[in-house]
Ligand binder design. Sequence first.
Ligand code: C2E
Ligand code: CA
Ligand code: CA
Ligand code: CA
Length: 281
Amino acid sequence: IKEHPDLGWQVFDSSLRVQQDLRLQTEVDLRQALDRGELRLHYQPIVIISNEEICGFEALVRWQHPTRGLLMPGEFIHIAETSGLIIPLGWWVLTEACRQMQVWTEQYPAMAEFTVSVNMSSKQFSQQNIVEKIQKILDDTGFVARRLKIELTEGVLIDHSDGIIATLQQIRAIGIKLLVDDFGTGYSSLSYLHRFPFDCLKIDRSFIENADQDFEKLEILQSVVRLAWNLGLDVVAEGVETPRHHAQLKALRCELGQGYLFSRPLAPAAVEAMMAEKAAS
Ligand code: C2E
Ligand code: CA
Ligand code: CA
Ligand code: CA
């Protein structure tokens, strides 16, 4: 073997092979995961910057894999996207988030006005009757439209330039809020803001990170908050990790924040423990 001229390539090749095998296996498993009920949602609090009160959650998907443990979206969302499984996965997420929120609303009076944000993939918008499907989930779960926020990245605007405005307007007409996710990371950020019917923008965490050390980042952050204000949009800052980030956002009068400083994404049992503790104090 040591004489083998291609050894380097073989090693490279076999690790690539291992990666491809894992990918294929993950796709096969994911198909079953949906039927077997292995997906979970964790809920990360969204906080009012000025007083640190929770006003809602972002629902984030996890996969309780039978042998690999709890998998984060980074390990399977891309595979879900390319295989088309993101479509049934996305409908499961929306249904489960609305169902869970409705259960909690009946259980905890303090959560009566909490909102829930759900990420939707661009792929879901290539389906027919998307508005009817969303309406049916609200009807079936009893969750009120005005407490639901749908998070979209600009990919959805690029992939579906025709007809997307009408679809988004119909979703909004039901009372659902539309949010631009990862704002500032794409190409056309500024031009689409006034062309598409958004209610809220979520500033990508790369702008919060180091805004306390990097003057340019702070300038951008400040401009985005001001822009949102001028366009009548709500703003959420993601990736609030330190008291300095918090203080900075407060000074900029950014309204809402989300990040490890306030809370990590929580399993449902941890949300319930938190609510029980709040009710007792
Ligand atoms: P995202 O929509 O930008 O979600 C925020 C991500 O940032 C979450 O990662 C969250 O745990 C993480 N995060 C929150 N606070 C902080 C912080 O202070 N610092 C840092 N460094 N990170 C923070 P997660 O849960 O791993 O999700 C990753 C991505 O996977 C999400 O990014 C979203 O694009 C996608 N995703 C998650 N759930 C769903 C889903 O149900 N459907 C779809 N289509 N995509 C999803
Ligand atoms: Ca999101
Ligand atoms: Ca982000
Ligand atoms: Ca985001």
